[in-house]
Design a protein around this ligand. Structure first.
Ligand code: MG
Length: 223
């Protein structure tokens, strides 16, 4: 039986739990310029966040296609994120080579709430040989399917034609989503979640990605 190890990205591979809010603020501003929209200051504040209902209402007011705004904002956020990784403004954790070791031994994947374009960039930029990479689609529906919804994890498992495995994440919602997809879950400790209680349903509570190898052995038997 094949056991897959699927990894979350932000807070597991990339340092820090999430994309900096500034990245989305700048991406929203760039999208508005491209669409030649001139929002009020309060509309602009909403455009910089992710509340779809508000964004859609403002798009109607400004005669902008909400789907096009959303797509452009996601695209600009991705390119800025990729620049930040190339420039070293955002780093990676020092134990991620364990993912390379695991890729030699079993099926590995990357499933993130972050944008699909960024997930593919990170996999390629860091040279990880993932068997599947899945991030959110650049649509509101895609945003709405983020964890704790198991949608993208289930899609990845379908693509691999695998049902057994472990989802490795740094957040309680990773444990919820992984469980809902029928996987074991590993809650990995990082500086930002060190003080958190272990999520109730987490199968494993790990100090490092190195320990995922041990998890693989206990979860998969002969792997
Ligand atoms: Mg995370």
């Amino acid at each position: 039986m094949t056991t897959a190890v699927l990894f979350d990205m932000d807070g597991v591979i990339l340092e820090g739990p999430r994309t900096e809010p500034d990245v989305y603020a700048n991406a929203a501003d760039a999208a508005l310029v491209e669409l030649e929209a001139d929002p009020s200051p309060s509309q602009r504040r909403d455009f910089r966040r992710h509340d779809y209902d508000r964004i859609r209402d403002h798009c109607v007011d400004l005669d902008v296609d909400p789907a096009e705004f959303w797509r452009l904002k996601e695209t600009y956020a991705s390119s800025r994120t990729h620049d930040r990784l190339r420039d070293g403004e955002r780093g990676t954790y020092d134990d991620i080579d364990a993912i390379r070791d695991l890729a030699d031994r079993t099926t590995v994947g990357l499933v993130t709430n972050n944008r699909h374009e960024t997930a593919e960039f990170v996999a390629d930029y860091l040279g990880f040989d993932f068997d599947v990479v899945r991030g959110r689609d650049p649509t509101f529906e895609g945003y709405d399917r983020r964890k704790p919804d198991p949608y993208y994890i289930e899609e990845a498992l379908d693509a691999l034609d695998i049902t057994e495995g472990v989802y490795v994440g740094d957040s309680p919602k990773d444990v919820v989503a992984g469980r809902a997809a029928g996987l074991e879950t590993a809650f990995v400790r990082r500086p930002h979640n060190r003080a958190r209680e272990r999520p109730a349903n987490a199968t494993y509570d790990l100090e490092s990605l190195q320990e995922v190898v041990d998890v693989l052995e206990s979860a998969g038997g002969n792997g």
